[in-house]
Design a protein around this ligand. Sequence first.
Ligand code: GLU
Length: 255
Amino acid sequence: MTVVIKIGTSNITHATGNLNIRHVEQMVKVISDLKNAGHRVVLVSSGAIAMGVGKLGLSGRPEDMPGKQAAAAVGQCELMYIYDKLFSEYNHVVAQLLLTGSDVADEKRRTNFQNTMSRLLDMGALPIINENDTVATEEIAVGDNDSLGAIVACAIGADLLVLLSDIDGLYTADPHKDPSAELITTVEEVTDRIEALAGAAGSGLAVGGMATKLKAAKAAMAQGIDMVIANGARPELLYDIVAGEPVGTRFLGKR
Ligand code: GLU
């Protein structure tokens, strides 16, 4: 199976922006094992800005565009260094691809991207994708990695898109505020009622929230791709997700 896994900033960094070593190590181990089992895996990883904040010792996420871009330039390098080092331990080869919205909107560049991806996957490499934050100003940016994950999944015709986050899935209400909130396990269609459940919030150093996840779900479902939202704090859940077991919230692709 070809699976695109989006890893959120909160899954791999602490609130300080420094690397969450335990989480990253567990994540890399499970993903390496999925590849060993024969799955074609693509990562869309956030965390460049946060890791730049950590590495530069900044007090928080910069507010201005050049500040964010500078942090991303430092952090992206660190992020790939860590992935390369950890995946190498399990004999997996990583590849870095940095995209902007205009790259995938342009037909020629999109085709180039698809060709490169297909060759990388044939070669057994693990493509790791992020937005090219250092040049992606608002007009040309995808803007969030939930959407980028959906774009990548659709472009390569993946079977499954997994959005790992700091929440277990989509709830009937905000579980932090409402103790009666229940996890919705399956969504067949993103209706107005479902959309009304998505608050706008993203936390701390992260960008997306439930709204960007539902947008990604709609794009994936329309292409017949299942999408799962699950908690990245437990990377071993990926085994069950790939096996089709009920974990988090599964959005069913159009059959
Ligand atoms: N590209 C951003 C980063 O690496 C993250 C965007 C997102 O999390 O949606 O920091």
